[in-house]
Design a protein around this ligand. Structure first.
Ligand SMILES: NC(=O)C1=CN([C@@H]2O[C@H](COP(=O)(O)OP(=O)(O)OC[C@H]3O[C@@H](n4cnc5c(N)ncnc54)[C@H](OP(=O)(O)O)[C@@H]3O)[C@@H](O)[C@H]2O)C=CC1
Ligand SMILES: [Fe+3]
Length: 479
């Protein structure tokens, strides 16, 4: 194997290559290695650090500088070298397809997939082809673009990569560094080589197996907030619930219970007052929904006496949606705060002590939630130590629940005791204040030293039913 690539490929990838028993795979790997050595012999200075970029479009213009930064040598192979030279930097070699493809065995095909059939097939023998193509919206193919390219170039190894990044991102080191890049296809060697390239460029390669998975990779750019789906649906349902309650209480019940004609004037409150009210309680419930699943998980672990059994699917999904629920809680809560300032505050009127506590708690809650929201963003959280992150998320999280409970209680301290004014329909505070207190009540046992130490033990790997078994399937953590 060419020395340069041996040093770039991690031990784990090398182990995978060595343990690959497919004879076809090994044969192709040998051919590729030989091809790599040929290029080494041609030019020792660069060896197979050359990466041939076919096409001179947006992706080539974004990839070439990032390859240079990673100490690779991009060679642009284009149909129109004279034109391409005008927009490529001096350090990038620009040549014809024939000249370019003769220089190296790692080739990035950066032309739209509809033009793949125009590629000179004979020049791609024994090459590792990095297919970065994406289909256009609305286009549907039975086979993935990468599989179609592999079928067209049977003597090459097609590896799918980089299609999940945009030219815009690839132009900015600060945006692409640390990003995950799924890679699939080729022999294990070809894939490992592309993964090493991705890693050298400052990104994190994720091995997605064979080329049959290319379709999944080609779907990624078309995904629409997949991690937010659950949180958006939950937020929509909660908002509709509180908006309907407010509508029945303030518009329908009000008119049904009063004497005289139907008052259409109260319907004017629908867009602003009702929406503000519904946003307030949506934000409250979303905040609680961030902390309730963690408590359920803790009780479940205490009951099972182990952390090594899977949570039910619904709890797993709920736990994974906490960040999104928290950010939506911040959004709805802050919108409620802004609207409430316009609606409720009469600056010339003295405020009671309950109102001043309610306002102070509300403003503090907004501040604490902003810190929680900002620290949950990946760009910020990667800069925090594990301790900093867990202290902020855990303690500030529960402080926000206490502030929320105080905010709601002092908002409606008198209203809570009032008899139901709209048949059996509870008001927002009448629903939310008990839920807040219940959440805090269930949290209190978990912070008691005897239970907390038991939970900590379980989370460090202790198992109640199997305390001494060293053959447990999962590794134990050192306390
Ligand atoms: N733009 C982006 O953000 C992303 C693009 N991609 C994928 O990367 C690939 C390239 O995209 P992009 O750089 O934006 O495309 P561009 O349209 O900017 O450039 C494509 C290049 O392909 C070559 N080309 C154009 N027409 C033909 C043809 N008829 N025959 C042969 N070659 C042709 C040209 O190069 P020349 O004239 O030098 O030969 C042209 O510069 C596409 O498959 C796209 O799906 C993937 C992720 C993101
Ligand atoms: Fe409020």
């Amino acid at each position: 194997m060419a020395e340069f690539w041996r040093s770039r490929i991690s031990q784990e990838e090398y182990r995978l290559i060595s343990s690959s028993h497919s004879s076809d795979d090994m044969e192709l790997t040998e051919q590729l290695v030989e091809a790599g050595q040929d290029h080494d012999d041609q030019d020792n200075e660069w060896g197979d650090r050359r990466v041939i970029l076919v096409g001179s479009g947006d992706m080539t213009r974004a990839l070439a500088p990032s390859l240079l930064r990673a100490h690779y040598r991009p060679v642009v192979a284009t149909r129109k070298p004279n034109r391409a030279r005008t927009w490529m930097s001096q350090e990038v070699e620009v040549c014809t397809l024939e000249e370019g493809l003769a220089q190296g065995d790692l080739v990035v095909v950066a032309i739209p997939a509809i033009h793949h059939h125009t590629l000179p097939k004979h020049l791609f023998t024994n090459k590792i082809i990095v297919d970065i193509s994406n289909r256009y919206p609305g286009e549907t193919q039975k086979v993935s673009l990468a599989e179609a390219l592999q079928e067209m170039l049977p003597e090459a190894q097609v590896v799918k990569a980089f299609n999940t990044l945009s030219a815009y991102v690839l132009e900015r080191e600060e945006l692409y560094c640390g990003r995950e890049v799924p890679v699939c296809g080729g022999t294990t060697f070809a894939r490992a080589r592309v993964m090493a390239l991705v890693r050298d460029m400052g990104m994190v390669p994720v091995d997605k197996g064979g080329l049959k998975n290319a379709r999944t990779l080609e779907e990624i750019p078309f995904q629409f907030f997949p991690e937010w789906k659950v949180a958006f649906i939950v937020t929509g349902i909660i908002f509709a619930f509180f908006w309907t309650i407010k509508f029945f209480r303030s518009q329908i019940c009000y008119n049904l219970q009063k004497d005289g004609d139907w008052d259409w004037g109260v319907f004017e409150k629908l867009p602003l007052s009702n929406t503000q009210n519904a946003l307030a309680f949506t934000g409250c419930l979303l905040l609680l929904l961030c902390y309730i699943p963690g408590m359920i998980a803790a009780y479940l672990q205490l009951w099972r006496g182990t952390k090594y059994s899977r949570f039910p699917g619904w709890l797993d999904t709920w736990l994974k949606s906490r960040k999104q629920l928290g950010l939506l809680s911040l959004l709805t809560g802050c919108t409620h705060g802004c609207l409430a300032i316009f609606l409720n505050i009469n600056w010339h009127q003295a405020i009671s002590w309950t109102q001043s506590i309610y306002i102070t708690c509300g403003v503090l809650l907004a501040a604490v939630m902003t810190i929680l929201g900002v620290t949950s963003l990946p760009s910020v959280s990667v800069k925090l130590t594990w301790r900093e992150f867990s202290v902020v998320q855990r303690y500030l999280g529960w402080i926000s629940v206490i502030l929320l409970t105080s905010h709601l209680t002092f908002l409606s301290i008198l209203g809570l005791m009032r008899p139901l004014s709209c048949y059996f329909l509870l008001s927002g505070p009448q629903i939310m204040v008990p839920v807040c207190f219940l959440t805090l009540m269930f949290k209190i046992p978990l912070v008691l030293p005897c239970i907390d130490s038991r939970l900590t033990k379980i989370r460090r790997g202790y198992e109640r039913h199997n305390p001494t078994d060293s053959d447990n399937q999962m590794p134990k953590l050192i306390p």
